[in-house]
Design a protein around this ligand. Sequence first.
Ligand SMILES: [Cu+2]
Length: 157
Amino acid sequence: MNNPAPISRPGLTPGRFISALALAAALAACLIGGCKKQPAAEAGPAATYEVRGLITRLPDPRNAATNLSIHHEAIPTFTVKGKVVGMAEMTMPFPTAPELSLSGIAVGDPVRFVMEVREKPRMTYQITKISKLPADTKLDLKAPPEAGPGTDPTPPK
Ligand SMILES: [Cu+2]
């Protein structure tokens, strides 16, 4: 937190004195009313994002180490530690909330999902909601799905 400049400091113009007062008033209001910029509870999600993408892999029920993977659209509002950094379009694995059902969802389906991000005690994210979009939905995806850990290998012929 910034310490307000001492009032007796030489060169402090009336204008700066006023802004120091305004800052002090804002801080006081923050303390009384609860600052909205601070996350209310550490346990709650830092942010949730509604994202669209294409399913590239489904978790294998016989292998707990496998993840759902989605080639998702860019997330321009993606925020880390209060800074909007954005997330580019990419194929990545997504942990899912324990109660989330993926029944009826198949590889290649366009979907809309809610990604919940926590920053404490460390950066984690999971999908809490997912639903299929109409099969002809035009997603804003430029890159081809990357061949990588998040992509199904081409099935053998
Ligand atoms: Cu991503």
